[in-house]
Design a protein around this ligand. Structure first.
Ligand SMILES: Nc1ncnc2c1ncn2[C@@H]1O[C@H](COP(=O)(O)OP(=O)(O)OP(=O)(O)O)[C@@H](O)[C@H]1O
Ligand SMILES: CC(C)(CO)[C@@H](O)C(=O)NCCC(=O)O
Ligand SMILES: [K+]
Length: 240
């Protein structure tokens, strides 16, 4: 089957047979979809013409554009509200909880059974979602690393636009170092603060990281487990 997960910055086009191993192509979500499809290497053209396709995401207009790429027989409908039957929660209104957050939470609940986890998805936005005693307990939404850097560059005269990268040390002695350290150490501190807050209720709370900036955050934090395919795994589980 084909899973297409549309994020605000990147779209993952994934092929899986068993829901464990995923072959993934990542493309900017803003790219022309017909071009993306035409440029995928073999055996993608055959897969995209023959296999059942499931589309989900957090950008409705882009999801609709992907849907328009496929024959009606190939497109499989699925029920996003099934999440709420699988993982009890008090999110209101229920339908507003982001697709990516649902997927990551569901995968965490199924693949780390019985564990209390802070599920962190570091993409365009960073979401910190608390999974404890079999329930989604609530979360936090922060600007992502790339977004923070872009916003700082756009709203100031003298800050350059940088892409996130690792910097060792705690305090910078150049504009670049100050920006990179400020944004990465700031996000890492936000993760640690959420862990501390969560551990007041759930002392055995552990950290699970995914998303484009998960490796960078993990490096800065010095702890936490990185699960690169958490979203796709959860998308697959949501369809079962
Ligand atoms: N063109 C771009 N615009 C914004 N961020 C980019 C771009 N290219 C790479 N990035 C990096 O990607 C991060 C955004 O997350 P990325 O898209 O890699 O992960 P994701 O989990 O797939 O996110 P999303 O689902 O929000 O698209 C940014 O913080 C930045 O480091
Ligand atoms: C928070 C983001 C942007 C993270 O990708 C996404 O999950 C989203 O658009 N969510 C909808 C709002 C919500 O989750 O409450
Ligand atoms: K994301």
């Amino acid at each position: 089957m084909i899973l297409i997960a549309v994020g605000n910055t990147h779209t993952q086009i994934a092929h899986t047979e068993d829901g464990h191993d995923f072959l993934v192509e990542r493309r900017p979500s803003s790219a022309d979809i017909a071009d993306v499809r035409a440029q995928l290497p073999p055996p993608w053209p055959r897969w995209l013409a023959q296999e059942p396709v499931y589309i989900g995401g957090v950008v409705p207009e882009r999801e609709a554009a992907w849907r328009a790429q496929f024959a009606r027989e190939q497109l499989c409908p699925w029920d996003p509200e099934r999440f709420h039957a699988l993982l009890p929660n008090a999110y209101r209104p229920p339908e507003s909880l982001g697709f990516d957050r649902r997927c990551c939470l569901l995968a965490a609940a199924y693949d780390w059974p019985g564990r209390n986890l802070l599920v962190v998805d570091a993409g365009t936005a960073i979401t910190l979602d608390l999974l404890a005693e079999g329930r989604f307990r609530g979360g936090r939404i922060l600007p992502g690393l790339g977004l923070s850097l872009r916003a700082l560059a756009q709203q100031t005269a003298r800050l350059p636009e940088l892409v996130p990268e690792d910097r060792t040390g705690d305090f910078g002695n150049s504009t670049q170092e100050c920006l990179l350290l400020g944004v990465t150490a700031g996000a890492a501190a936000a993760v640690d603060a959420a862990l501390l807050d969560g551990r007041r209720h759930y002392p055995d709370l552990d950290l699970l990281l995914t998303g484009g900036d998960a490796p960078l955050l993990r490096q800065r934090l010095g702890h936490g487990e990185v699960a690169p395919q958490l979203l796709l795994r959860g998308f697959f589980l949501l369809l079962q």
